[in-house]
Design a protein around this ligand. Structure first.
Ligand SMILES: [Zn+2]
Ligand SMILES: [Zn+2]
Length: 338
C-alpha cells in the first residue's frame, strides 16, 4: 500500500504544521498501523517550546498512540491485520550498560519515536513487531490511548513501593501526576495522597481521580513520608526536599529544562533518598494496556479534548496556557465524530 497521509510535523520552536506527507511502507518485519488516537505528551511540549530531543527537522511528532494493524510484513509472526495495538515508542541502542542490564529506559542514548524518527501524529505509522503491545479485541481505544503515560505512572508507583500506610505527596498535576494519583489510590490503596498544583482545573481533576487533599501551597511545617516531584522546576524540587520527612524518599520523575543548584545539605541532614524514575519497561506498557482494556482504571476524566490533526496549532497553544483547562488532548487522525 503506498500513497500519502496527513500528519503533524515539527519545524521549529512553536512551529507545528498540518501537512500531507508520504505514507510509510512497512518492512518485512514491520506492520502498518492506522492510528485511532494519539496523545500529546509533556515531552511534546518540551519539543514545541524548546526544541528539546528532536533530531530531524521537519519530523512527524508524537509517541503515544493506539491503532489497528492495516497490513503486516511477510516476516511478522504474532500479529495480523485487524489487531488492535499500542506501541513501545522507546528507541534504544541495545548495547550500552543500561540496555545490557535489561533496563532500556536507562539507555544512554534513549530517545522516542517522533524525535529521532517518524512519530504517530499521523494517519499511519510503521513499527517492528517486537515493539507492539497487544490490546484486547473491543478495547476502549480512547482510554487505551493513555497506555504509554499510564506505564510511566506504573513505573513510578513500583519504584516508590507504595503501601496503604504511605503519606504521599505529588507535586505537579499534569497527566503524569494525575495518572500517578489514580494508580496510587486504585491499585495501591495509598492511605493519604496530597496533590500540589497550580492549575485550578487540574487540581480539581486530581480530586476526582482520588486525591485526598489538593493544595496550591504546602503548609509550612507539613512533611510527607514519600514525595513525587512531577513538575520539573527548581522551586518544585526544592519544595519536594523541604517537605519530605526525615528518612523519607523523593522520587524525581520530571525532565528538567534547566540545570540549577539545590540544597543538597538538606538531603544529607534529613537522610533523604533522591530517586530518579525514567519512562518504563515493556512490561509496564503491557500492564497499562491490560488495565485500560479491562476497564480496571478509568482514565476518561483526564481526556479533556479529542481533536483532528488539523487542530494541532490550537492544541499546542492551549497546553501552553498558564491557567490550563485541558489535561490530555488526543488527536483523532481520521477526524470523524471528534
Ligand atoms: Zn508520553
Ligand atoms: Zn542503550
Amino acid at each position: 500500500m503506498t500513497g500519502e497521509m496527513k500528519a503533524v510535523r515539527y519545524y521549529g520552536i512553536q512551529d507545528v504544521r498540518f501537512e500531507t506527507v508520504k505514507r510509510p511502507v512497512p518492512a518485512p518485519d514491520e506492520v502498518l498501523i492506522r492510528i485511532a488516537y494519539a496523545g500529546i505528551c509533556g515531552s511534546d511540549l518540551h519539543i514545541y517550546n524548546k526544541g528539546m530531543f528532536v533530531e530531524t527537522i521537519p519530523e512527524v511528532m508524537g509517541h503515544e498512540f493506539v491503532g489497528q494493524i492495516q497490513e503486516a510484513g511477510a516476516e511478522v509472526k504474532d500479529f495480523q491485520a485487524g489487531d488492535l495495538v499500542a506501541g513501545n515508542p522507546m528507541v534504544t541502542c541495545g548495547s550500552c550498560p543500561g540496555c545490557r542490564a535489561g533496563l532500556p529506559n536507562t539507555c544512554g542514548s534513549l530517545a522516542f519515536i517522533g524525535e529521532v524518527c517518524q512519530g504517530c501524529f499521523a494517519e499511519y505509522i510503521t513499527m517492528k513487531e517486537e515493539k507492539l503491545i497487544r490490546l484486547k479485541p473491543g478495547a476502549d481505544l480512547k482510554q487505551a490511548a493513555l497506555t504509554e503515560p499510564l506505564a510511566v505512572a506504573l513505573n513510578i508507583c513500583e519504584m516508590a513501593e507504595l503501601t496503604p500506610e504511605d503519606d504521599l505527596a505529588i507535586i505537579g498535576a499534569g497527566p503524569i501526576g494525575l495518572l500517578t494519583v489514580l494508580t496510587a489510590k486504585t491499585l495501591y490503596n495509598v492511605g493519604s495522597v496530597t496533590v500540589l498544583g497550580r492549575s485550578g482545573f487540574r487540581v480539581k481533576l486530581a480530586k476526582r481521580l482520588g486525591a485526598d487533599c489538593v493544595l496550591s501551597a504546602f503548609e509550612e511545617d507539613r512533611q510527607y513520608t514519600k514525595m513525587i516531584e512531577a513538575a520539573g522546576k527548581q522551586e518544585t524540587l526544592q519544595k519536594a526536599i523541604s517537605h519530605t520527612a526525615p528518612g523519607g524518599s523523593v522520587y524525581i520523575v520530571s525532565i528538567f529544562k534547566e540545570q540549577f543548584p539545590f540544597d543538597i545539605n538538606a538531603v544529607v541532614a534529613s537522610q533523604l533518598r533522591l530517586i530518579g524514575c525514567n519512562a518504563y519497561e515493556k512490561r509496564h506498557l503491557k500492564r497499562a494496556a491490560e488495565l485500560l482494556s479491562d476497564g480496571r482504571l478509568d482514565v476518561s476524566p483526564l481526556i479533556t479534548d479529542v481533536v483532528p490533526l488539523e487542530a494541532c496549532g490550537q492544541a499546542f497553544k492551549a497546553l501552553n496556557e498558564k491557567e490550563k483547562t485541558q489535561a490530555k488532548i488526543l488527536f483523532k487522525p481520521d477526524g470523524d465524530s471528534v
